[in-house]
Each structure stands twice: as structure tokens, then as C-alpha cells.
Design a protein around this ligand. Structure first.
Ligand SMILES: C[S@@+](CC[C@H](N)C(=O)[O-])C[C@H]1O[C@@H](n2cnc3c(N)ncnc32)[C@H](O)[C@@H]1O
Length: 249
């Protein structure tokens, strides 16, 4: 599944592009992008990273943002399969890590079902980029003994989380794709027992040049998001580690 050599014709590499800043790309990702005959990338991949591909490489934007799909997932899987069967070296670039809320699993399954070799290259997921970018450890032993990553957005636009399990003390919660469900998340966590004054932060475009952070509390979450007109891509982090936010280089 993972390699170190050249990308073979007819192979697909599912590559994590990291949270945005091109400097956070892995060396393997960088090398594979430079070997691509065709590059399929989504909207969370920065243009500087796409620019690492050879000028001759075909670049196909298959971006998705909440509710808006340039290409349906099945069509992306089909396109990857066709390009690989044409004997091309295919790089599928996905924001963050391909296996963290990235539907990389579905693409891998579709390719393997078509007898296409797949290499998976991990990327720095948004939560890690945000924590490093704003200087708060996701686990600090005085604050959190566990850290959970959850999605605030299901296929049918509902949110179905185990609120009791999330509302535990000494735990950091990171919510991906939570912007449209902030009211539900704030309400359900408080109903499940998390105090309204629990620190929280909305982190927009972590590691990008225009990254922004809006510290708040659980009970002020919706007002804070409205006051700053917060849009995706944004992470919601809840827990006392948020109080450790520092200005870091
Ligand atoms: C479809 S998920 C993809 C996650 C990605 N695979 C990863 O590992 O980071 C998209 C969501 O990830 C979060 N996200 C991705 N990049 C981000 C960034 N640079 N800053 C803040 N949130 C980000 C947002 O919640 C966004 O709505």
C-alpha cells in the first residue's frame, strides 16, 4: 500500500496535501506530485501545492465544499479508475489526511475493486495544523487525557453523535465540518453535561496565510460564529486546552 519508489503507470496515489501551508507537505507527497501524469485535487488543496506538478500534467479540479459537489463521489471514483486503466500515473490530492473525513476510504475501495494498485500517503490533518498553528496542544496532561475527532455533518445533513460520550471531562473535542450545525452541537453538549463556560474556538483556514481563530465558550459559540460570519473550512475545538492558545511562530 505504501512505497518509496517511483509511481508506476496505472497506479493511483491517494495523497494527503496537509492543512494548507505547502511547507507541511510530506516529502513523499511532494515527490509523487512531481511524477504525476494526471492530478485530481479538491478545494482544500492550496494552489502552491498543485503548482508542484509538472507543467505537462493534466490538472482536474474535483473540489467539494459543503453541499456543493463539482463531481459526485461516484464520478470521481470512475475518473480515477479510467485514468489509471489508461496507464497514467494518477495522483489524487486531498486536503489534510486522505483517511480523516476525506472519503479516501471510498476511493481506495473503488480502485482496489477494479484491480488498480493504490498507494496511500498520509497528510497532516486539519486538527494538527490548527493546534500547531495557534500553539495549543490537543492533549496536555493538565487538561486532556483524550482527544476525539468527530464530524458535524452526515451524508443526509443530520448530526448524530454520542453526546454523552463527548461531554466527558478532560477531553478535547475537535469537530470537522461543524459550521452549519453549531447551534445543535452547543445545545446537545450542554444538555449532556458540559458546562456552558467550557472554552471553545473556531479556527478558520488553519496554516493558510489568512488563518483566523475566534476563541469563545460553548454557550457563546453561535453568537461568536455569527459575529465573525464564520464560513468553512473551519474547525471547532472544545475543551480547556483552548485556554492555552499562544502566539507561536
Ligand atoms: C471533508 S473534511 C476534510 C478533512 C481533511 N481530510 C483533514 O484531514 O483535515 C473538510 C473539513 O475539514 C476541516 N478543515 C480542513 N482544512 C482546514 C483548515 N486548514 N482549517 C480549518 N479547518 C479545516 C473543516 O472543518 C472542513 O470543513
Amino acid at each position: 500500500m505504501s512505497g518509496g519508489g517511483a509511481l508506476r503507470p496505472g497506479t493511483v496515489a491517494l495523497v494527503g496535501a496537509g492543512p494548507g501551508n505547502p511547507e507541511l507537505l510530506t516529502l513523499r507527497a511532494y515527490r509523487l506530485i512531481q511524477q504525476a501524469d494526471v492530478l485530481l485535487y479538491d478545494n482544500l488543496v492550496s494552489p502552491e501545492i498543485v503548482a508542484f506538478a509538472p507543467a505537462s500534467a493534466e490538472r482536474i479540479y474535483v473540489g467539494k465544499s459543503a453541499g456543493k459537489h463539482t463531481l459526485p463521489q461516484e464520478a470521481i471514483c470512475r475518473l480515477l479508475t479510467i485514468k489509471a486503466k489508461d496507464g497514467l500515473r494518477v495522483v489524487r490530492l486531498k486536503g489534510g489526511d486522505p483517511f480523516v473525513f476525506g472519503r479516501g476510504g471510498e476511493e481506495m475501495e473503488a480502485l482496489l475493486a477494479n484491480d488498480i494498485s493504490v498507494e496511500i500517503v498520509p497528510g497532516i490533518t486539519a486538527a494538527l495544523g490548527a493546534a500547531a498553528g495557534f500553539g495549543f496542544p490537543l492533549t496536555h496532561r493538565d487538561h486532556a487525557q483524550s482527544c476525539v475527532f468527530v464530524t458535524g455533518h452526515l451524508k443526509d445533513s443530520s448530526i448524530d453523535l454520542n453526546w454523552k460520550a463527548l461531554a466527558q471531562p478532560n477531553q478535547t473535542i475537535v469537530v470537522y465540518m461543524g459550521v452549519t450545525g453549531l447551534d445543535i452541537i452547543a445545545r446537545e453538549l450542554q444538555v449532556a453535561g458540559l458546562p456552558g463556560d467550557t472554552p471553545a474556538a473556531l479556527i478558520h483556514k488553519a496554516t493558510w496565510i489568512d488563518q483566523a481563530i475566534y476563541p469563545t465558550t460553548l454557550k457563546q459559540l453561535v453568537q461568536t460564529a455569527e459575529a465573525h460570519a464564520v464560513q468553512p473550512p473551519t474547525l471547532l475545538v472544545i475543551g480547556s486546552v483552548v485556554g492555552l492558545i499562544r502566539q507561536v511562530e
